[in-house]
Design a binder for this molecule. Structure first.
Ligand code: HEC
Length: 293
Protein backbone atom coordinates (compact mmCIF):
# COMPACT_ATOMS: atom_id res chain seq x y z
CA UNK A 1 0.00 0.00 0.00
CA UNK A 2 2.71 2.36 1.00
CA UNK A 3 4.62 1.52 -2.14
CA UNK A 4 1.57 2.20 -4.22
CA UNK A 5 1.08 5.59 -2.59
CA UNK A 6 4.74 6.47 -3.13
CA UNK A 7 4.43 5.45 -6.76
CA UNK A 8 1.27 7.48 -7.17
CA UNK A 9 3.04 10.42 -5.55
CA UNK A 10 5.91 10.06 -7.98
CA UNK A 11 3.64 9.92 -10.99
CA UNK A 12 1.72 12.99 -9.84
CA UNK A 13 4.82 15.04 -9.08
CA UNK A 14 6.42 14.11 -12.39
CA UNK A 15 3.27 15.14 -14.24
CA UNK A 16 2.79 18.34 -12.29
CA UNK A 17 5.28 20.52 -14.15
CA UNK A 18 3.80 19.50 -17.52
CA UNK A 19 0.26 20.16 -16.33
CA UNK A 20 1.33 23.52 -14.98
CA UNK A 21 3.16 24.49 -18.16
CA UNK A 22 0.15 23.46 -20.18
CA UNK A 23 -2.21 25.45 -17.94
CA UNK A 24 0.10 28.43 -18.11
CA UNK A 25 0.31 28.30 -21.90
CA UNK A 26 -3.43 28.08 -22.30
CA UNK A 27 -3.98 30.97 -19.90
CA UNK A 28 -1.46 33.20 -21.70
CA UNK A 29 -3.21 32.67 -25.00
CA UNK A 30 -6.20 30.57 -25.84
CA UNK A 31 -5.52 31.20 -29.52
CA UNK A 32 -5.64 28.27 -31.86
CA UNK A 33 -3.97 28.06 -35.24
CA UNK A 34 -6.12 26.10 -37.65
CA UNK A 35 -4.81 23.74 -40.31
CA UNK A 36 -6.24 24.89 -43.63
CA UNK A 37 -6.94 22.96 -46.78
CA UNK A 38 -5.44 23.99 -50.14
CA UNK A 39 -8.59 23.19 -52.08
CA UNK A 40 -12.23 24.05 -51.50
CA UNK A 41 -14.17 21.09 -50.10
CA UNK A 42 -17.51 22.75 -49.53
CA UNK A 43 -19.30 25.94 -50.66
CA UNK A 44 -19.26 27.11 -47.06
CA UNK A 45 -15.48 26.91 -46.76
CA UNK A 46 -13.98 30.29 -46.04
CA UNK A 47 -11.38 31.31 -48.62
CA UNK A 48 -8.44 33.13 -47.03
CA UNK A 49 -6.00 34.93 -49.31
CA UNK A 50 -2.59 36.06 -48.10
CA UNK A 51 -1.14 39.02 -49.98
CA UNK A 52 2.59 39.51 -50.48
CA UNK A 53 4.49 42.69 -49.66
CA UNK A 54 3.49 44.17 -53.05
CA UNK A 55 -0.19 43.59 -52.38
CA UNK A 56 -0.48 40.66 -54.81
CA UNK A 57 -2.09 37.31 -54.05
CA UNK A 58 0.58 35.01 -52.63
CA UNK A 59 -1.38 32.13 -51.11
CA UNK A 60 -4.98 30.91 -50.97
CA UNK A 61 -6.28 28.40 -48.44
CA UNK A 62 -9.68 27.26 -47.15
CA UNK A 63 -11.09 26.78 -43.67
CA UNK A 64 -14.26 24.80 -43.11
CA UNK A 65 -17.22 26.25 -41.23
CA UNK A 66 -16.87 23.49 -38.59
CA UNK A 67 -13.19 24.34 -38.14
CA UNK A 68 -14.05 27.98 -37.53
CA UNK A 69 -16.54 26.89 -34.89
CA UNK A 70 -13.67 25.33 -32.90
CA UNK A 71 -12.19 28.82 -32.35
CA UNK A 72 -13.16 30.76 -29.21
CA UNK A 73 -16.59 32.18 -30.07
CA UNK A 74 -18.64 34.85 -28.35
CA UNK A 75 -22.40 35.26 -28.31
CA UNK A 76 -23.89 38.75 -28.10
CA UNK A 77 -27.30 40.29 -28.58
CA UNK A 78 -27.98 43.35 -30.67
CA UNK A 79 -31.12 45.44 -30.58
CA UNK A 80 -30.98 46.08 -34.31
CA UNK A 81 -29.06 44.05 -36.83
CA UNK A 82 -28.42 46.59 -39.63
CA UNK A 83 -28.77 43.97 -42.36
CA UNK A 84 -32.23 42.70 -41.47
CA UNK A 85 -33.35 45.62 -39.28
CA UNK A 86 -34.42 43.17 -36.57
CA UNK A 87 -33.09 42.28 -33.10
CA UNK A 88 -30.60 39.41 -33.36
CA UNK A 89 -28.25 37.15 -31.46
CA UNK A 90 -24.83 36.83 -33.01
CA UNK A 91 -22.36 34.01 -32.42
CA UNK A 92 -18.97 34.53 -33.97
CA UNK A 93 -15.26 35.16 -33.66
CA UNK A 94 -13.64 38.51 -32.98
CA UNK A 95 -11.68 39.51 -36.08
CA UNK A 96 -8.67 40.27 -33.90
CA UNK A 97 -8.41 36.54 -33.10
CA UNK A 98 -8.38 35.54 -36.73
CA UNK A 99 -4.79 36.62 -37.44
CA UNK A 100 -3.48 33.96 -35.09
CA UNK A 101 -6.05 31.39 -36.16
CA UNK A 102 -4.87 31.85 -39.76
CA UNK A 103 -1.23 31.60 -38.70
CA UNK A 104 -0.45 35.18 -39.84
CA UNK A 105 2.72 36.72 -38.42
CA UNK A 106 3.00 40.23 -37.00
CA UNK A 107 3.57 41.81 -40.42
CA UNK A 108 -0.16 41.35 -41.11
CA UNK A 109 -2.35 43.90 -39.38
CA UNK A 110 -5.31 44.26 -41.74
CA UNK A 111 -8.06 41.85 -42.79
CA UNK A 112 -10.14 42.68 -45.85
CA UNK A 113 -13.53 41.16 -46.60
CA UNK A 114 -14.41 40.58 -50.26
CA UNK A 115 -17.85 40.37 -51.75
CA UNK A 116 -18.79 38.79 -55.09
CA UNK A 117 -19.58 42.25 -56.53
CA UNK A 118 -15.97 43.30 -55.82
CA UNK A 119 -16.88 45.44 -52.85
CA UNK A 120 -14.03 45.26 -50.33
CA UNK A 121 -14.14 46.27 -46.70
CA UNK A 122 -10.96 46.78 -44.69
CA UNK A 123 -10.55 46.04 -40.99
CA UNK A 124 -7.35 47.66 -39.82
CA UNK A 125 -5.77 47.43 -36.40
CA UNK A 126 -7.32 50.68 -35.09
CA UNK A 127 -10.79 49.85 -36.30
CA UNK A 128 -10.62 46.31 -34.89
CA UNK A 129 -9.47 47.62 -31.50
CA UNK A 130 -12.15 50.34 -31.33
CA UNK A 131 -15.19 48.58 -32.75
CA UNK A 132 -14.51 44.88 -32.14
CA UNK A 133 -15.99 43.52 -35.39
CA UNK A 134 -17.16 39.90 -35.34
CA UNK A 135 -17.03 37.26 -38.08
CA UNK A 136 -20.54 35.87 -37.84
CA UNK A 137 -20.98 32.10 -37.62
CA UNK A 138 -24.50 31.86 -36.24
CA UNK A 139 -27.41 34.25 -36.59
CA UNK A 140 -30.09 33.59 -33.95
CA UNK A 141 -28.30 30.28 -33.34
CA UNK A 142 -28.75 29.26 -36.98
CA UNK A 143 -26.06 28.18 -39.46
CA UNK A 144 -25.62 30.23 -42.69
CA UNK A 145 -27.94 27.95 -44.69
CA UNK A 146 -30.84 29.20 -42.58
CA UNK A 147 -29.90 32.86 -42.31
CA UNK A 148 -32.48 35.47 -43.28
CA UNK A 149 -31.92 37.71 -46.30
CA UNK A 150 -30.90 41.32 -45.88
CA UNK A 151 -33.59 43.97 -46.13
CA UNK A 152 -32.51 44.55 -49.75
CA UNK A 153 -32.88 40.82 -50.45
CA UNK A 154 -29.18 40.10 -50.57
CA UNK A 155 -27.62 36.99 -49.09
CA UNK A 156 -26.29 37.59 -45.59
CA UNK A 157 -23.94 34.62 -45.91
CA UNK A 158 -21.86 32.67 -46.51
CA UNK A 159 -19.98 35.01 -44.15
CA UNK A 160 -20.79 38.32 -42.59
CA UNK A 161 -19.05 40.87 -40.34
CA UNK A 162 -21.18 42.42 -37.59
CA UNK A 163 -20.78 44.56 -34.47
CA UNK A 164 -22.33 44.15 -31.06
CA UNK A 165 -22.76 47.93 -31.02
CA UNK A 166 -21.19 50.85 -32.81
CA UNK A 167 -20.34 54.36 -31.66
CA UNK A 168 -18.58 56.48 -34.26
CA UNK A 169 -15.08 57.19 -33.05
CA UNK A 170 -14.88 60.44 -34.98
CA UNK A 171 -16.73 62.98 -37.05
CA UNK A 172 -14.91 65.00 -39.69
CA UNK A 173 -16.91 67.97 -40.96
CA UNK A 174 -20.17 66.41 -42.20
CA UNK A 175 -18.75 62.91 -42.32
CA UNK A 176 -19.41 60.59 -39.39
CA UNK A 177 -17.53 57.31 -39.14
CA UNK A 178 -19.70 54.46 -40.39
CA UNK A 179 -19.72 50.85 -39.18
CA UNK A 180 -17.83 48.61 -41.59
CA UNK A 181 -20.33 45.78 -41.60
CA UNK A 182 -20.25 43.49 -44.62
CA UNK A 183 -22.63 40.75 -45.73
CA UNK A 184 -22.17 38.17 -48.50
CA UNK A 185 -18.45 37.79 -47.81
CA UNK A 186 -16.87 35.25 -50.14
CA UNK A 187 -13.26 35.57 -49.01
CA UNK A 188 -11.00 37.24 -46.48
CA UNK A 189 -7.64 38.73 -47.30
CA UNK A 190 -4.65 39.07 -44.97
CA UNK A 191 -2.64 42.17 -45.69
CA UNK A 192 -0.97 45.15 -44.01
CA UNK A 193 -1.81 48.80 -43.65
CA UNK A 194 0.79 50.02 -46.15
CA UNK A 195 -0.58 47.79 -48.90
CA UNK A 196 -4.22 48.60 -48.20
CA UNK A 197 -5.67 51.71 -46.59
CA UNK A 198 -2.21 53.27 -46.30
CA UNK A 199 -2.16 53.60 -50.08
CA UNK A 200 -4.94 56.16 -49.84
CA UNK A 201 -2.61 58.49 -47.94
CA UNK A 202 -1.31 61.10 -50.35
CA UNK A 203 2.46 60.94 -50.79
CA UNK A 204 2.75 64.71 -51.07
CA UNK A 205 1.62 66.85 -48.11
CA UNK A 206 0.81 63.67 -46.20
CA UNK A 207 1.12 65.47 -42.89
CA UNK A 208 -1.18 68.37 -43.73
CA UNK A 209 -4.04 67.89 -41.19
CA UNK A 210 -6.66 68.82 -43.80
CA UNK A 211 -5.31 66.21 -46.20
CA UNK A 212 -5.30 63.64 -43.39
CA UNK A 213 -9.00 64.41 -42.83
CA UNK A 214 -9.71 63.93 -46.53
CA UNK A 215 -7.87 60.64 -46.42
CA UNK A 216 -9.98 59.44 -43.50
CA UNK A 217 -13.15 60.25 -45.42
CA UNK A 218 -11.81 58.46 -48.50
CA UNK A 219 -10.87 55.43 -46.44
CA UNK A 220 -14.16 55.40 -44.57
CA UNK A 221 -16.51 55.89 -47.49
CA UNK A 222 -14.84 55.41 -50.86
CA UNK A 223 -12.15 52.70 -50.64
CA UNK A 224 -14.75 49.91 -50.52
CA UNK A 225 -15.63 50.54 -54.19
CA UNK A 226 -12.89 52.68 -55.82
CA UNK A 227 -9.50 50.98 -56.03
CA UNK A 228 -6.02 52.38 -55.89
CA UNK A 229 -3.81 49.84 -57.63
CA UNK A 230 -4.24 46.52 -55.86
CA UNK A 231 -5.80 48.26 -52.82
CA UNK A 232 -9.50 48.98 -52.37
CA UNK A 233 -12.63 47.44 -53.84
CA UNK A 234 -13.27 47.36 -57.56
CA UNK A 235 -17.04 47.59 -57.54
CA UNK A 236 -16.83 50.97 -59.25
CA UNK A 237 -15.03 50.98 -62.56
CA UNK A 238 -13.39 54.33 -61.89
CA UNK A 239 -10.14 54.01 -59.95
CA UNK A 240 -9.20 56.45 -57.23
CA UNK A 241 -6.45 58.04 -59.31
CA UNK A 242 -9.03 59.06 -61.95
CA UNK A 243 -11.42 60.35 -59.28
CA UNK A 244 -8.63 62.37 -57.72
CA UNK A 245 -7.75 63.88 -61.09
CA UNK A 246 -11.37 64.80 -61.94
CA UNK A 247 -11.89 66.10 -58.41
CA UNK A 248 -9.25 68.68 -59.15
CA UNK A 249 -9.96 69.36 -62.84
CA UNK A 250 -13.79 69.32 -62.84
CA UNK A 251 -14.77 70.20 -59.30
CA UNK A 252 -18.43 70.87 -60.07
CA UNK A 253 -19.02 67.54 -61.77
CA UNK A 254 -17.24 65.80 -58.92
CA UNK A 255 -19.35 67.63 -56.35
CA UNK A 256 -22.65 66.77 -57.99
CA UNK A 257 -21.60 63.14 -58.38
CA UNK A 258 -20.81 62.80 -54.72
CA UNK A 259 -23.80 64.73 -53.41
CA UNK A 260 -26.39 63.33 -55.81
CA UNK A 261 -25.03 60.59 -58.09
CA UNK A 262 -28.47 60.06 -59.66
CA UNK A 263 -28.37 63.53 -61.21
CA UNK A 264 -25.63 62.26 -63.50
CA UNK A 265 -27.37 59.02 -64.33
CA UNK A 266 -27.41 59.39 -68.13
CA UNK A 267 -23.67 59.78 -68.17
CA UNK A 268 -23.15 56.55 -66.36
CA UNK A 269 -22.00 53.33 -67.92
CA UNK A 270 -23.93 51.17 -65.49
CA UNK A 271 -27.69 50.73 -65.30
CA UNK A 272 -28.04 51.38 -61.59
CA UNK A 273 -26.14 53.79 -59.46
CA UNK A 274 -24.51 52.13 -56.52
CA UNK A 275 -22.63 55.14 -55.32
CA UNK A 276 -24.69 56.05 -52.28
CA UNK A 277 -25.72 59.70 -52.28
CA UNK A 278 -23.69 61.76 -49.86
CA UNK A 279 -26.29 64.51 -49.66
CA UNK A 280 -25.23 65.55 -46.18
CA UNK A 281 -21.68 66.10 -47.32
CA UNK A 282 -20.93 69.68 -46.42
CA UNK A 283 -19.13 72.04 -48.79
CA UNK A 284 -16.19 72.12 -46.41
CA UNK A 285 -15.87 68.33 -46.61
CA UNK A 286 -16.05 68.46 -50.38
CA UNK A 287 -13.33 71.03 -50.55
CA UNK A 288 -11.17 68.59 -48.62
CA UNK A 289 -11.90 65.88 -51.16
CA UNK A 290 -11.27 68.20 -54.10
CA UNK A 291 -8.27 70.09 -52.80
CA UNK A 292 -5.01 69.40 -54.64
CA UNK A 293 -3.02 66.63 -53.07
C1 HEC B 1 -20.96 51.32 -52.84
C2 HEC B 1 -19.89 51.57 -53.79
C3 HEC B 1 -19.36 52.99 -53.92
C4 HEC B 1 -18.87 53.81 -52.93
C5 HEC B 1 -18.79 53.51 -51.44
C6 HEC B 1 -18.42 55.01 -53.58
N1 HEC B 1 -18.62 54.91 -54.93
FE1 HEC B 1 -18.20 56.35 -56.30
N2 HEC B 1 -19.03 55.19 -57.76
C7 HEC B 1 -19.52 53.94 -57.59
C8 HEC B 1 -20.02 53.44 -58.86
C9 HEC B 1 -20.63 52.06 -59.12
C10 HEC B 1 -19.81 54.48 -59.79
C11 HEC B 1 -20.22 54.46 -61.28
C12 HEC B 1 -19.10 54.69 -62.23
C13 HEC B 1 -17.99 53.72 -62.07
O1 HEC B 1 -18.22 52.52 -62.32
O2 HEC B 1 -16.91 54.16 -61.66
C14 HEC B 1 -19.19 55.56 -59.06
C15 HEC B 1 -18.81 56.76 -59.63
C16 HEC B 1 -18.22 57.81 -58.95
C17 HEC B 1 -17.86 59.07 -59.57
C18 HEC B 1 -18.02 59.44 -61.01
C19 HEC B 1 -16.90 58.91 -61.84
C20 HEC B 1 -17.04 59.33 -63.28
O3 HEC B 1 -16.31 60.24 -63.66
O4 HEC B 1 -17.90 58.77 -63.95
C21 HEC B 1 -17.30 59.86 -58.58
C22 HEC B 1 -16.79 61.27 -58.73
C23 HEC B 1 -17.31 59.06 -57.36
N3 HEC B 1 -17.87 57.83 -57.63
C24 HEC B 1 -16.79 59.49 -56.16
C25 HEC B 1 -16.88 58.78 -54.99
C26 HEC B 1 -16.42 59.29 -53.71
C27 HEC B 1 -15.71 60.61 -53.47
C28 HEC B 1 -16.71 58.33 -52.79
C29 HEC B 1 -16.50 58.42 -51.29
C30 HEC B 1 -17.09 59.56 -50.62
C31 HEC B 1 -17.38 57.23 -53.50
N4 HEC B 1 -17.45 57.54 -54.83
C32 HEC B 1 -17.84 56.06 -52.90
C33 HEC B 1 -19.55 53.20 -56.42
C34 HEC B 1 -19.19 53.70 -55.18
Amino acid sequence: MRLLLTLAGLVITSMLPRVLVFALLTSISNAITLQPSVTRQDWQDLEVITLDSQGNRAKTVYYSYDQLLTLPTITVKTERDPNTNTPATYTGIYLRNLFEAFGADASFDVIAANRLDKYKQYYDHDYVAKHRPILLLKFDDKAPDDWPQTEDRNMLGPYCVVHESFSPAEAIYGYVEQPRGTYGIISLELTNFGQSLGRFTPKVSGNDPEVVKGQKIAVGSCSTCHNLGTAGGQMAGTPWSVLAATAVSTKDKFRSKVIDPHSMIQRRRRPTCRLTPHSTTRPSTLSKLTSKR
